[in-house]
Design a protein around this ligand. Structure first.
Ligand code: ADP
Ligand code: ZN
Ligand code: ZN
Length: 756
């Protein structure tokens, strides 16, 4: 029986199996019950493919077991029997059904919700013609033309031609959506006989392609070591979990590519997860160069139909490598060999929909079921990943040197309290202004980065840096509209301050400064500077994000002002200065992960400076220059940060030292919600047994009401994850059988990325 360790068959023997027949149908919620015949008793497990009679004619068809029950919802005399277990071995769908069952178990929600995440769902849609842009010139001619475009400053044309010089043929979608080149540019190249826009029929030979453009690089010793460690295990059928810790530019992507190449050559496939925002043209092209047409990309801009097509291509063996954000994890490859998760620490790997799964854990579960390896990579590994690497569950591979030997940026920390004392009330410190003037003079570029995390009302003193904190939880208090300061963990409240309790200053309040204001300030202070702004406003239009970055990469501006979204993505070789305007903003968000998030943001942001040949500088402006997250980020010392942070987590019992389960409840009726949460807490208290579960709350989350629906959150804390899974199962049962909960929506979130 496959996966018996994974999908727990309970001790009891179930009479009935719940079965889905058409897993590609949009309405997955059509579940059929079948009787389990005596010859199959105890032999079935979730995900198994079975043969069942279906419909009026009792045509034999295949279905997948998604669960069991002791009772039957239908007329017992009419219920049909499962015929047999399908003997063709486990189909990929079965594996994904089993994964869905694992997700349901680990993250809560229903089996249907989990299945909808995991299975590719077909949707009726008109088929689109696939188009390609093909280079018509030979290399010499093309290079001449490229020089001409550059000379004439025809940047879009140059960009397209440069890309075509690399691969000779490009997907139209790729050109349009990732390279941000419009149809009119392609038409212009067509008129000049440089390139042609063609439909799918002209198919290139991917193998030939691969030989043509393979860039030869000599791996550094560290890269070589990482690849060999991975490969030695893989070849011996030991599929492990690896954490590559390497600064940006240390050559992690090259390492992934080499690992994938070997896995693909061995006849298996690979999935590469990348945060959507980092899924840029540059990154995608690197994979194209290595794997040609055998690589496919998934992103949120694909329609449901397009996604389904991609999934089917993968299933049918037409693709070896799938690159995409979180959901690409469920690519139905027939023989998955490797899952890579780049920027493993990113928040976007956690789903915000039920089941609220984490891609890292789910990837590991999938790899375990399918005997594949997992490679995690980051310059600033999550506490979770490093904790496990240190504990021996993951294998740590370090890349300490930058592959092209660029120096790391020089980092200056500016104490904003001193700026205030020295009479500088501008959001730009004296040091930053000095360096900005210098860069403008030299014609180099800079990025100003406003840390918007934790904007939700943390209160601080501009004179001494004092931050209002909860006396019970060691997290900052949030300012609520009701005039109170509130702790989102325990519900503690106090009155808002008008003067600072620390120094008596009246300059205490919520920090408010937007990117737009900063743009204004920069333009005022440096009228000669060309400024671009990137935030939610300027990126609302389709591809707005990519357009701004492309313009900045083309050096159409000197200064790029933005929120955390500018930290990721393109490499800008001419950027030699990064200013981080308010490092504290994320530090005091009311959240146990705020130190980690701050360290990551500061490290990644300062890492943007000096990616080219010129050395970079970064300025971190902060009210708390002595905070360990700031000090260690300025020193670019991950180890020191990790030591401090893990100590704090252990002390407070926060993940990864212990585990936290948020139970989110929402309801139209506030009083009813209160009662429901109280009952839930009492029940949790009663059923915890000797597991020692700490119950916190219920408290009002940061946003206590959305659209007139009230929200509450209850936290359960325990040493072991499986304790919390057991508690979740009990609570789910309790909720199901209690009518009072019919009007309350409950969601579970294990080890949440933020507090609610
Ligand atoms: P990371 O993913 O860690 O940021 P990359 O793999 O993107 O690093 O490498 C940064 C740059 O250095 C890329 O342009 C890459 O092609 C180049 N590079 C990586 N490894 C080597 C190497 N061994 N020799 C020369 N260039 C390399
Ligand atoms: Zn003060
Ligand atoms: Zn508190």
């Amino acid at each position: 029986m496959p996966y018996k360790n994974r999908v727990r068959m309970r001790e009891r023997i179930f009479m009935f199996a719940n079965i889905i027949i058409d897993i590609t149908h949009e309405k997955l919620d059509k579940i059929f019950q079948y009787k389990i015949p005596s010859h199959l008793e105890g032999a079935l497990s979730v995900g198994m493919e079975v043969v069942v009679p279906f419909g009026r004619g009792n045509r034999l068809t295949k279905g997948y077991v998604i669960g069991f029950s002791e009772t039957c919802g239908y007329d017992l005399s009419k219920i049909k029997e499962i015929q047999d277990i399908s003997r063709k071995g486990i189909a990929i769908e079965g594996k994904l059904v089993a994964l869905a069952a694992w997700m349901k178990d680990h993250y809560g929600g229903t089996m249907i919700q989990a299945l909808k995440m995991v299975l590719p769902i077909r949707q009726q849609e008109k088929e689109k013609m696939k188009k390609k842009v093909r280079l018509l010139l030979d290399e010499g001619e093309a290079k001449k033309k490229l020089d001409y475009y550059l000379e004439k400053n025809q940047r879009a044309r140059a960009r397209l031609l440069a890309a075509l010089l690399d691969t000779h043929e490009l997907d139209y979608e790729l050109v349009n959506k990732k390279l941000n080149i419009t149809l009119s540019v392609i038409r212009a190249l067509e008129e000049q006989g440089v390139a042609a826009l063609e439909s799918e029929r002209v198919y290139r030979n991917p193998v030939k392609q691969r030989e043509q453009v393979q860039k030869q690089i000599v791996y550094t010793e560290e890269q070589q070591y990482a690849v060999e460690q991975f490969w030695k295990d893989y070849e011996n059928g030991q599929y492990g979990i690896y954490l590559i810790h390497g600064v940006t530019g240390s050559g992690k992507t090259e390492v992934y590519i080499e690992m994938i190449r070997r896995v693909v050559e061995s006849g298996r496939q690979a999935i590469v997860l990348i945060p959507e925002i980092a899924l840029t043209f540059q990154t995608v092209m690197r994979f194209y160069r290595s794997f040609g047409d055998r690589v496919s990309i998934m992103n949120s801009r694909l329609s449901a139909g397009e996604r389904y097509d991609q999934m089917m291509r993968a299933k049918e063996g037409n693709v070896d490598v799938m690159i995409g954000p979180r959901s690409a994890l469920f690519t139905p490859f027939p023989a998955l060999g490797l899952i890579v998760i780049d920027e493993e620490h990113e928040n976007t790997y956690k789903s915000e929909q039920v089941p609220r799964y984490h891609a890292r854990e789910t990837a590991i579960a999938r790899a375990d079921m399918e005997h594949a390896s997992v490679v995690l990579g980051s310059a600033t590994p999550s506490l979770e990943a490093m904790y496990r690497a240190k504990g021996g569950a993951y294998r740590l591979l370090e890349l300490k040197m930058r592959s092209r030997q660029q120096e790391m940026a020089q980092v200056h920390t500016v104490d904003l309290r001193m700026e205030m004392k020295n009479g500088n009330r501008s959001i730009l410190s004296a040091k930053l202004q000095e360096l900005m003037a210098d860069r403008l003079e030299k014609g180099e570029q800079m990025m100003l980065f406003l840390n918007r995390r934790g904007y939700a009302g943390f209160v601080s003193c501009r004179e001494c840096g004092y931050v209002a904190k909860c006396p019970h939880c060691d997290v900052s208090l949030s300012s609520h509209r009701n005039g109170k300061l509130v702790c989102h963990y325990c519900g503690y409240e106090e009155e808002k301050y008008t003067v600072c309790p620390e120094c008596g200053s009246r300059h205490i309040g919520e920090f408010r400064a937007g990117t737009q204001q900063i743009e204004e300030i920069v333009k005022q202070q440096f009228p000669q500077a060309r400024v671009l702004r990137m935030d939610m406003d300027t990126t609302r239009e389709k591809d707005g994000h990519e357009k701004i970055l492309a313009a900045f990469a083309n050096e159409e501006a000197d200064v790029l002002v933005g929120t955390q979204m500018i930290v990721k993505g393109h490499d800008f070789p001419n950027v030699t200065l990064v200013g981080i305007l308010a490092a504290d903003m994320s530090l005091y968000s009311d959240d146990y992960r705020s130190g980690e998030r701050t360290f990551q943001l500061l490290t990644q942001a300062s890492g943007r400076a000096g990616r080219g040949k010129k050395k970079g500088e970064a300025v971190i402006q902060t009210y708390s220059p002595e905070h360990y997250a700031v000090v260690t980020a300025a020193a670019q010392d991950y180890e020191a940060f990790y030591r401090e942070e893990i100590h704090y987590r252990e002390l407070m019992g926060y993940p990864p030292a212990e585990n936290l389960l948020a139970v989110l409840a929402s309801c139209k009726d506030a009083a009813h919600l209160d009662i429901g949460c109280r009952f839930l807490k009492e029940y949790a208290f009663r059923v915890q047994g000797d597991a020692q579960v700490e119950l916190i709350g219920p408290a009002s989350p940061g946003i206590g009401k959305i659209n007139d629906i009230y929200r509450k959150v209850l936290y359960l804390k325990a040493k072991r994850y499986d304790t919390l899974v057991r508690m979740k199962n009990r609570l789910e049962q309790y909720i199901e059988v209690n009518d009072g909960f019919h009007t309350i929506r409950i969601q579970f979130d294990f080890n949440p990325m933020q507090v609610f």
